[in-house]
Design a protein around this ligand. Structure first.
Ligand code: C5P
Length: 219
């Protein structure tokens, strides 16, 4: 907080684990910028579809990533189930990841520092982050949360469809050759299955504080 130098906090985890909410709140608490890196992959997936190509079309996906303008898409478009699925497919293409890497690193190194959430922030994008959280929750709990979110936006998807989508993405994200979803060796694990938003945030804050203290970044 006050008195701390440039801070970078990495928050990784699978879909609907709560990492986005926690990362956004941590950024507000520490006065840092916030980047939802999943939205970069989601926007890339949407841009590929807009170009009339399939998400596994490598040339189209790389071109979309290199010329990306995420502001072209609304929050509803970015958060749609189709965008999540397309994101997970383009994210498995190594050249797409390389095209998005520089922007993410540049964001992290820009003052006042940042909280980034994604799948590979602690392992690849910011391996020297000052604190690293890996947020998990049981797939069924994550599916319930995502199902509620979709329902709130009027997306008519069943709970079973959402759970299947989450399992499919978990498997693809964890199994891909490049930057798979996995905790960095020095990440602290936080399971939010049994925690409401407030309790999860307080726990995340305690964990980040102890991580910062251990790495010599205490106030
Ligand atoms: O976090 P979110 O669900 O928005 O991410 C959408 C997809 O983007 C993920 O399923 C994953 O395949 C990909 N992604 C990634 N690396 C990141 C962030 C997201 O591969 N740092």
């Amino acid at each position: 907080m006050v008195g701390r130098p440039h801070l970078v906090i990495a928050v990784d985890g699978p879909a609907a684990s709560g990492k986005g909410t926690l990362a956004r709140r941590l950024a507000a608490y520490y006065g840092l910028s916030y980047l939802d890196t999943g939205s970069l992959y989601r926007a890339t997936g949407l841009a590929v579809a807009a170009a009339g190509a399939a998400p596994d079309d490598e040339a189209a996906a790389v071109k979309a990533a290199q010329t990306l303008d995420p502001s072209r898409y609304s929050e509803d478009q970015l958060r749609s189930p189709g965008a999540g699925e397309a994101a997970s497919q383009v994210a498995a293409i190594p050249a797409v990841r390389s095209a998005l890497l520089e922007f993410q690193r540049g964001f992290a190194t820009t003052p006042p520092g940042a909280v980034l959430d994604g799948r590979d922030i602690g392992t690849i994008v910011c391996p020297d982050a000052d604190a690293k959280l890996f947020v998990t929750a049981q797939p069924e709990t994550r599916a319930q949360r995502r199902h509620l979110e979709h329902a709130g936006r009027g997306d008519a998807l069943s709970y079973e469809d959402v759970l299947a989508d989450i399992r499919r993405r978990d498997e693809r994200d964890s199994g891909r050759a490049v930057a798979p979803l996995k905790p960095a060796q020095d990440a602290i694990l936080l399971d939010t299955t049994e925690l409401g938003i407030e309790a999860a945030f307080q726990t995340a804050l305690d964990l980040v504080e102890s991580d910062l203290n251990e790495r010599g970044q205490s106030a």
